[in-house]
Ligand binder design. Sequence first.
Ligand code: FES
Length: 364
Amino acid sequence: MSESHDNQHAHELTNVPDPAVVNDLYADPGLPEHQWRPTDVDAHAEKRAERQVATLFGLSAICTILFLVSYFAFDIGDDPDVVGGFGASNLFLGLSLAGALLFLGSGIIQWARKLMADHEIVEYRHPAASSDDDREATLAALNAGLEESGIGRRPLVRNSLLGAVGLLGLPAVVALRDLGPTPSQVEKNADYPGAGLEHTLWAKGVRVVRDVVGTPIRPGDVEIGDLFNAEPETLFNGGEDGEPLEGLALQVGKSKGAVVMIRMAPEEIIPGEGRENWSVDGIVCYSKICTHVGCPISLNERKTHHLLCPCHQSTFDLADSGRVIFGPAARALPQLPLAVDEEGYLIAQSDFTEPVGPSFWERG
Ligand code: FES
């Protein structure tokens, strides 16, 4: 049997197409004839394209300025509804920033399509790692590209692009203002108690009540080893004016005022300096908000009086002023000083003596 007959037989058996047949069927057609663009052959068309690109960059700059104006013209929250429940602030900020990016992107695309060099190249596949020669060639091509982009020769395009890109950084800078207001400003301007980070709803004489139901607690209700989730009674009766809190005031008051209360044998308590009278018959009370990043804590180890945060396992010793004994929290759980009122219910002696929750820049 001849060799070619053997090969043909092998291809039939394995179903692998004969390379010679494939090459005949799919011969490389090569590149089609290059079509010059109007801007390559007509100086007027080139100038027109240049003006179009500059106009797009100019529109981008105008949109960025509109963004800045909108940012200062409308107060978030107090701005009028414009359409479909969108406030003027959100609407104009969104539209102007979208316009700035859209016009800038369109200008760059038009510049590349109409004015930059229009070479057709063929690039063959090669191993992933580039050789030194290839790298040098790439660098040379990059430099040639920069040269051919005409960025040096076309000051109108270059300057309008620089203006548009430069202005685009400003929205990010002015948006830094939204990191505020500072906690003390919140405290000063808010129209409900305990709005800032420094203070909570707790105050002298405020009763400690059960979470959810709001009923007051007597020391006799708390067994040794029990853990109570509790809140300030102000949440339910609104304090001096008697109006129950609602809306934002309720949410803020509840989230910052939440406490855990446990009872242990009085002799197990190691009172911190000045905290000798902060417990009642072995009952101690701490903020429920982890001082790491603010998760609510209530995993209690009865025997050790350790309170564990489920988020990152910070562990606090409730017998020892809420000291951190493990985990990433950097400071002790704030302790609420307790007392008993004339009717025998547990009350706070004062607000917390330090801010609750994670540390923040004005804490000191
Ligand atoms: S929030 Fe409690 S340990 Fe991180």
